[in-house]
Ligand binder design. Structure first.
Ligand SMILES: [Zn+2]
Ligand SMILES: [Zn+2]
Ligand SMILES: [Zn+2]
Length: 379
């Protein structure tokens, strides 16, 4: 059997680690492997609640230094593992002598943290006035300390909202400011609420949700344009469930010129998933006049409940029959698919939407239990 050298295994492990760490996957953040958690040791960061801007200046500068260390740590560990575990050379000195590429890269990678630390020192001068965050702030006031104090005060109020727009980005909306902060020192975007126009420019669906939400997640892309010429427009992505929350906090309305459909609630999104599932079910025969749906009174009724799922077929001997099974319903079609989906959603456990699609619900008229497989569109 061919054995992989320890350096190769380490390289794979390290690249996975770096991807997770740089992108801040949930597992990394959850287990405290975030720049914030590392920087918080020794209380260097201070409190976000008390000094919002200072906290993020330090956080982004610190993150920059931590990221700059990653190549150096890799090359040092690689050299060490190669000598001690793969026994490629008698000592580190020999290894570096015979691998000039590693040695030179090591020297080069030393420059990164030195540069980052020098920048951090430079930024921190004059009470952090030199930090790159200052340049977007200068568009609003030439006296940065008083502007910073104003933003800090507004951030302390309970009616501000903080939305995590991505693992690396946070949107903060206070009484008069709209602030987007990312991971790095150049990532501050700030606009005065009274001067912005927000526009919904697109949306994308992800079938698999990292948050375990039913029917995946819809992300909206929102563009922020300021009436001040020196403030460049920027965009951010937002989970559609946060849309209403954001809109409520804004003074202006979010324009939706492209008519993007926004699923603001879990139920709205469930209706889409439900309809998709039902469209794959067998059709039901129906002859005769169709009445309007008694839920909305506008659409004609177009679904019939017809038990087709295998839930109540006789259980094999020795196996207990399922506690709950579907029952045949003989009601005539009285509902449209949208209303049926909303009814179905309303009868489920609201705290665990991921179980909805696999659950049962009573027929709105005769109370016979049915599941999503028993909902048939009329042919
Ligand atoms: Zn209806
Ligand atoms: Zn029925
Ligand atoms: Zn069923």
């Amino acid at each position: 059997m061919l054995e992989a050298p320890a350096t190769a295994i380490f390289s794979i492990f390290y690249s996975v680690f770096c991807t997770g760490f740089l992108c801040q996957f949930r597992e990394f953040r959850g287990s405290g492997l975030s720049p914030e958690a590392l920087l918080a040791t020794g209380d260097w960061l201070g409190s976000e609640q008390i000094r919002f801007l200072r906290y993020h200046m330090k956080r982004t500068a610190g993150t920059f230094v931590i990221h700059s260390l990653l190549p150096l740590v890799y090359l040092l560990s690689l050299s060490y593992i190669s000598v001690t575990m793969d026994l490629s050379h008698p000592s580190l000195h020999h290894y570096w002598q015979e691998s000039p590429l590693v040695y030179n890269s090591l020297l080069l990678s030393l420059l990164l943290p030195i540069t980052a630390l020098t920048l951090l020192w430079y930024w921190s001068r004059d009470d952090w006035l030199q930090h790159p965050f200052s340049s977007p702030l200068l568009a609003y006031s030439s006296s940065l300390p008083s502007l910073a104090a104003d933003i800090d005060t507004q951030f302390r109020r309970i009616d501000k909202i903080c939305l995590r727009t991505s693992p690396l980005q946070q949107l903060v909306v206070t009484d008069s400011w709209l602030i987007l902060v990312g991971a790095w020192p150049w990532s501050l975007r700030i606009c005065q609420q009274s001067e912005v126009a927000l526009q919904l420019v697109g949306s994308d669906h992800h079938v698999i949700s990292t948050e375990g939400e039913l029917g995946g997640t819809q992300y909206l892309t929102i563009q922020v344009t300021s009436r001040r010429a020196e403030v460049a427009p920027f965009t951010f992505r937002l989970n559609s469930l946060e849309y209403q929350n954001l809109q409520d906090r804004l003074d202006s309305t979010i324009h939706n010129a492209r008519n993007v459909q926004v699923y603001k609630t879990v139920s709205e999104r469930f209706v889409e998933v439900f309809k998709e599932q039902v469209s794959g079910n067998p059709r039901a025969e129906h002859t005769g006049e169709l009445e309007p749906c008694i839920g909305c009174m506008t659409e004609p009724s177009n679904v019939k409940l017809q038990r087709v799922c295998p839930s109540s077929s006789p259980a094999p001997p020795g196996v207990d029959p399922p506690a709950e099974s579907c029952v045949n319903c003989y009601c005539r079609p009285m509902w449209c698919i949208d209303c049926m989906a909303k009814w179905f959603a309303s009868r489920q456990d609201q705290s665990s939407p991921e179980t909805w699609l696999g659950s049962r619900c009573p027929c709105p008229t005769c109370r016979s239990k049915f599941c999503v497989l028993d909902v048939c569109l009329l042919s």
